[in-house]
Design a protein around this ligand. Structure first.
Ligand code: 8YV
Length: 321
């Protein structure tokens, strides 16, 4: 993070705690209000809301219409993360408020995590680790896993992250098919396009979700898609919990209608369905796909560049609206 002159008269509202380094940098440059520490957020907004010109937030904390409406001087919402489904984009657009996110810088790490989940689930890596730690190796053999190399990989959402997942899966000799709103002209010719998700699920061994969250993709993966994936199929989700009907997923796993799953995201984070916590064919991560020192730093730098350049020059780098 580079130093810029202190601009402490500009007031920023931070919705929830971002990285400590990022908070420190923002506090050295702006007058930052910590909404999550306010005992009565509504009273806090009534008192300070009229002076706040920027919101600093993330995919986790978002920005509701109610919050946007409570800030009459708001110019911009600066989010730490690529997904903006938790930000009310229509409310921002209606008010002419700029919204920025952090695309590009996290694609590689998120794709790495997708591959880690694919391997961990099919090869039972987390389960094998638990087996050794429990001292069971000295007494019994460990169950065989499923080979990943050479299997068919179906990717829902061939955006920048989906593309990086496909490249990595190809290194495991996997055949690539994808579902997208429309075929991607820039996709390699040997990637097969599937116009509907159920067909893709029926034609792959591992279905990886890399679509954006939000109303358009809510419960895209339902019981019918899971049944198309079938008892030998694996579901990997590094997108958003809302993309999957979690009740249908739990039922499919309990009934053995799919082989297993690798999940970084959930419908009601940080809650995970208790049934899944007890299953060995499921790998559960606490939403860490972009969680490396390098990538989180790059996300913080990009978010700061958007925020600083907006308040000093009236321009941003990665604008959503
Ligand atoms: C972050 C993410 O963990 O970029 C996203 O959309 O979900 C993750 O990279 C998140 O933004 C932090 O809340």
């Amino acid at each position: 993070m580079t130093d810029t002159p202190r601009q402490t008269s500009t007031e920023i509202l931070m919705v929830g705690p971002l990285l400590p380094d990022l908070i420190a940098t923002l506090e050295s440059r702006y007058r930052v209000h910590r909404l999550w520490e306010a005992q009565d957020p509504a009273a806090f907004l009534r008192e300070h809301g009229a002076r706040i010109r920027g919101i600093a937030t993330s995919g986790r904390f978002g920005a509701t219409r109610e919050l946007i409406d409570a800030l009459p001087a708001l110019e911009g919402i600066f989010s730490f993360g690529v997904g903006y489904d938790s930000i009310d984009i229509e409310a921002a657009r209606a008010r002419g408020v700029v919204v920025t996110n952090t695309p590009g810088v996290l694609d590689a790490c998120v794709a790495d995590t997708a591959l880690a989940l694919m391997l961990a689930a099919t090869r039972r890596i987390a389960q094998a680790d638990r087996f050794v730690r429990a001292g069971r190796w000295t007494k019994e053999g460990f169950e065989l896993g499923t080979r990943l190399t050479g299997k068919r990989c179906g990717i829902a959402g061939l955006g920048n992250i989906g593309r990086q997942i496909a490249r990595r899966a190809e290194a495991f000799d996997m055949e690539i098919s994808y579902f997208n709103r429309s075929p991607r002209a820039d996709a390699p010719a040997h990637y097969r396009y599937c116009p509907d998700l159920r067909t893709l699920a029926a034609q792959c061994d591992v279905l990886v979700l890399a679509v954006p969250g939000g109303a358009d993709t809510r419960h895209l993966v339902d019981a019918a898609v899971l049944d198309a994936l079938g008892p030998k199929g694996w579901l990997i989700n590094i997108a958003r919990g809302t993309v999957v009907d979690e009740t249908a997923l739990v039922r499919a796993l309990v009934e053995g209608r799919i082989a297993g799953a690798g999940l970084d995201v959930f419908e009601h984070e940080p809650q995970t369905p208790p049934e899944l916590n007890a299953m060995d064919n499921v790998v559960l991560l606490p939403h860490i796909a972009s969680g490396t020192h390098e990538t989180r730093r790059a996300m913080a730098d990009l978010m700061l560049a958007n925020l600083d350049d907006w308040f000093s020059e009236g321009r941003v780098h990665t604008r959503v609206v």
